[in-house]
Design a protein. Structure first.
Length: 343
């Protein structure tokens, strides 16, 4: 998007199946994620490169991406698998342009068509990058973390991002944990940090810069993401949906944008108007009632919070209408998964 500047055994068995799927994906993967070429005449001293942010679900990848870019471009919630697409975010400072790729959390427990699509996105993201940020919670390493780590090759520099350091009460436990992590993978560097700390984020940017090749930038200096405003609208509705329904609503619910029309300002000094029609897709009638809420109050709140955030992000006026439809079993249907925008 060219934005404005403001803008337990059973599980193990299934996990093994998931890793076999990954090997198959790697064998057939030939997609090149890089842009066709620089956007400007080559400039001596410029650096630019791809940095993949990977990790298990709910480890803070999207929060970290937003902090690194300096603006919210990837949605967040406490529900696992909130991120479902490869989100590219750019941050240009000095002579360096960082191109960050946020990915879905790698899923090995559920083998439906949706999760296979999400896992393919993860594998694709680590296949052609200059640097990998492997995000884990500081002091923790779970089987889910290990499954993601197994995807990473040895030839791409990889930083261990020990995130959520602010949640660690005994900092003395971190040193032995880092030694254990060193034995698991040949990480290039260890970076204990908190994505909520501006100082930590700046330090991480400085570390990342030295791993990027000297080459011209791929994007204009003020671009923040390659995703469209239409895409951002769907993501924002989905974020509010998950945040306002909590664990009541299955993560397989999704959002489809039916209409996205832009009207220019009627008079000088006014902002453009976006007219958006969105459909929230759920799998059961009970889920539909959940989303709508008592007398429609919940869906009204989803719409209101979406409108407020989009107006701030896109610097415009927004009018949004929403409906809820039931599509049973869509997450197990490969054709429908693709029709809803998942690769």
């Amino acid at each position: 998007m060219t934005t404005t500047k403001n803008r337990a055994a059973n599980a193990d068995s299934k996990g093994a199946e998931g890793l076999n799927d990954v090997e198959a994906m790697l064998a057939g993967l030939h997609r090149n994620m890089r842009p066709a070429g620089p956007v400007e005449t080559p400039v001596v001293g410029q650096r630019c490169g791809l940095i993949a942010i990977v990790g298990k679900p709910n480890v803070g990848k999207s929060t970290l991406l937003n902090a690194l870019v300096g603006q919210k471009i990837s949605i967040t919630s406490r529900k696992a698998q909130t991120t479902r697409h490869r989100i590219t975010g750019m941050h240009t400072v000095g002579a360096t342009q960082f191109v960050f790729v946020d990915t879905p959390g790698f899923q090995t427990i559920h083998g439906n068509a949706l999760n296979k699509s999400l896992n393919k996105t993860v594998v694709g993201a680590v296949a052609d990058v200059d640097l990998i940020l492997f995000v884990v919670e500081a002091g923790s390493f779970t089987p889910a973390d290990a499954r993601v780590l197994a995807l990473l090759g040895k030839n791409i520099p990889t930083l261990l991002i020990a995130n959520k350091l602010d949640n660690v009460h005994r900092r003395g436990d971190i040193a032995p944990w880092l030694q254990e992590m060193h034995a698991k993978h040949s990480f290039t560097e260890f970076v204990p940090m908190s994505a909520k700390s501006a100082k930590d984020v700046e330090r991480l940017l400085d570390i990342c810069a030295k791993y990027l090749p000297e080459q011209s930038w791929w994007y204009a200096a003020d671009e923040l993401t390659d995703r469209s405003e239409r895409f951002m609208a769907a993501e924002m509705v989905r974020e509010k949906l998950f945040r306002l329904t909590g664990d009541e609503l299955p993560y397989t619910s999704t959002v489809v944008i039916d209409k996205f029309d832009e009207e220019p300002p009627a008079r000088k000094g006014q902002k453009r108007l976006l007219r958006i029609a969105a459909t929230i897709v759920v799998e059961r009638d009970g889920h539909k009632a959940m989303v709508i809420g008592d007398k429609g109050e919940r869906i009204k709140r989803i719409g209101m919070e979406t409108r407020v955030e989009l107006e701030k992000l896109l610097d415009c006026k927004v009018f949004i209408e929403m409906w809820v439809k039931v599509r049973s079993g869509w997450a197990d249907d490969e054709a429908r998964v693709r029709s809803f925008g998942y690769e």
